[in-house]
Write a protein that binds this ligand. Sequence first.
Ligand SMILES: *[C@@H]1O[C@H](CO)[C@@H](O)[C@H](O)[C@H]1NC(C)=O
Ligand SMILES: *[C@@H]1O[C@H](CO)[C@@H](O)[C@H](O)[C@H]1NC(C)=O
Ligand SMILES: *[C@@H]1O[C@H](CO)[C@@H](O)[C@H](O)[C@H]1NC(C)=O
Ligand SMILES: *[C@@H]1O[C@H](CO)[C@@H](O)[C@H](O)[C@H]1NC(C)=O
Ligand SMILES: *[C@@H]1O[C@H](CO)[C@@H](O)[C@H](O)[C@H]1NC(C)=O
Ligand SMILES: *[C@@H]1O[C@H](CO)[C@@H](O)[C@H](O)[C@H]1NC(C)=O
Ligand SMILES: *[C@@H]1O[C@H](CO)[C@@H](O)[C@H](O)[C@H]1NC(C)=O
Ligand SMILES: *[C@@H]1O[C@H](CO)[C@@H](O)[C@H](O)[C@H]1NC(C)=O
Ligand SMILES: *[C@@H]1O[C@H](CO)[C@@H](O)[C@H](O)[C@H]1NC(C)=O
Ligand SMILES: [Cu+2]
Length: 424
Amino acid sequence: MAASGRFDISVHFIQLLVCCAWLVTNSQLAQSAPIKITFDGCIPGFANNKTQYCCPPPYKGEIVDFCPKRNMSKPLRVRKALQCLSGHELKVYTEKLDKAYTILRNLPDDDPRSLNQQKRLHCSYGTGGFVQQGTDNITIDIHFSWLFFPWHRYFIYFHERIIQHVLDDPEFSLHFWNWDNGFTVHKPKGARSGCYKRGDLLPPIYNITGMGQYQNRSSRTKLPGLPVDLGIVPEERDNPPTRPAEVVKPRNLATMHASMVTVGNTTRGFMGRIYRYGDYQVLDPLTGAGGLEVMGHASIHWWVGNTMGVVETSAGDPLFYAHHSNIDRLWNNWHKVPGGERVDYSDPDFLEAEFLFYDETATIRRVKVKDALDMEEFGYKFQKANDISWIDYVPTVNSTSNSTINSTDSYKPQVHFPTRWNRD
Ligand SMILES: *[C@@H]1O[C@H](CO)[C@@H](O)[C@H](O)[C@H]1NC(C)=O
Ligand SMILES: *[C@@H]1O[C@H](CO)[C@@H](O)[C@H](O)[C@H]1NC(C)=O
Ligand SMILES: *[C@@H]1O[C@H](CO)[C@@H](O)[C@H](O)[C@H]1NC(C)=O
Ligand SMILES: *[C@@H]1O[C@H](CO)[C@@H](O)[C@H](O)[C@H]1NC(C)=O
Ligand SMILES: *[C@@H]1O[C@H](CO)[C@@H](O)[C@H](O)[C@H]1NC(C)=O
Ligand SMILES: *[C@@H]1O[C@H](CO)[C@@H](O)[C@H](O)[C@H]1NC(C)=O
Ligand SMILES: *[C@@H]1O[C@H](CO)[C@@H](O)[C@H](O)[C@H]1NC(C)=O
Ligand SMILES: *[C@@H]1O[C@H](CO)[C@@H](O)[C@H](O)[C@H]1NC(C)=O
Ligand SMILES: *[C@@H]1O[C@H](CO)[C@@H](O)[C@H](O)[C@H]1NC(C)=O
Ligand SMILES: [Cu+2]
């Protein structure tokens, strides 16, 4: 960040005045450049010691720039904590998920809005399937770097729009799996709309056999009353132990405290490494990711297991989107945790990085990281939840995250596919 400090102020200034303006000059000035994605020349990716075939279907239309813009005459939609939905609202939401995911599962396989294609897009972005625009063979991963939070914000936002479209329900919101909160507490005095129930169990509405949002998950998820384990570490990912509540509950708190408060008290510690044009993707989360991405986010993927447990299929489990809705919420709330240096990167190579996504009309939209940073522009907010449980936690047990994250930025270049492939 230091090297580009000179440009930070001006870029922020321009950003305030013209959201969505396409800056063309700063990257040359900074003698570096942002990463840009093209779907052309998509190649098979590589993950979990296997070649992964997940390129998007051929696209003939035009790519249309997209910038989220809040409609000021509408209230913000509220993404709520799943464990606090009840009665009629719970029933209606359960039915909406069922209908939406049944439709998405049944769309033709080459429709980019189908659940299968959304899964494959995440797979391409997460296994080195795309090559950086302007390079021959430098592949991209949107994990383990500063791209993690903004990319996933856009990804689930477009997913939400696709669901709104197929349900013809513009108010549909991706309610979140509040897995970070293991404690039911009394509503604080004066609090109105918050959720103060524990949320660290598998959300029951994603576990109804026969419904569209159901997925066969690991044997751990079949044990009623077993809380999630945020302490599953990379070495355990293929065969995570099932640890009981008395072990995981205190450690989950310590892990959230580390990810959000201590390890996460700097931009690097929370958001992950700097990642510019020409940088190689890393395969080791511990050298690139911020605290929450590894200890919290990844542990949940491994705890749920089966399709959710590996990058090439995780976005094929509808629970992915409720999980990432919580990640999106935690990014937003991180800025408000007291202490430390809690600002997003302001480096132009971060702000100007570009991604492509399919919208609800199956049009490819080009988006920029800088337009993802103000969440309210997307037209939603999150219900308040019991974050104070881990903010105020005084560690008495070791978290997993404070010992395993390596925030040193050096890493080994890794190129997996020296030859170009055609679309699979
Ligand atoms: C990766 O796959 C190759 C070939 O399929 C195999 O020989 C090798 O043992 C595998 N490595 C690991 C770590 O599983
Ligand atoms: C903004 O919201 C209002 C009220 O729902 C609606 O009438 C209007 O069409 C919206 N404007 C845009 C640009 O979507
Ligand atoms: C569900 O997943 C488990 C592994 O967790 C597997 O053993 C089982 O065969 C799967 N069941 C079905 C119906 O696919
Ligand atoms: C999820 O559903 C399965 C199948 O109905 C059931 O066996 C399991 O106990 C449920 N999981 C939880 C956590 O209740
Ligand atoms: C972050 O926390 C660590 C210890 O947990 C401390 O040494 C460091 O000074 C803190 N950094 C900031 C910017 O507050
Ligand atoms: C790591 O965990 C230990 C034990 O919980 C704690 O004493 C220490 O302060 C933690 N370090 C950081 C950087 O959070
Ligand atoms: C916590 O971590 C520290 C440093 O890594 C270690 O010395 C200590 O034994 C650990 N404590 C527990 C209870 O595991
Ligand atoms: C962190 O990564 C750097 C660079 O890859 C390495 O030199 C260092 O030993 C690592 N530290 C730990 C604790 O693994
Ligand atoms: C990648 O491209 C560069 C320059 O275009 C070339 O020098 C290098 O050999 C290529 N690497 C591989 C592994 O193909
Ligand atoms: Cu991901």
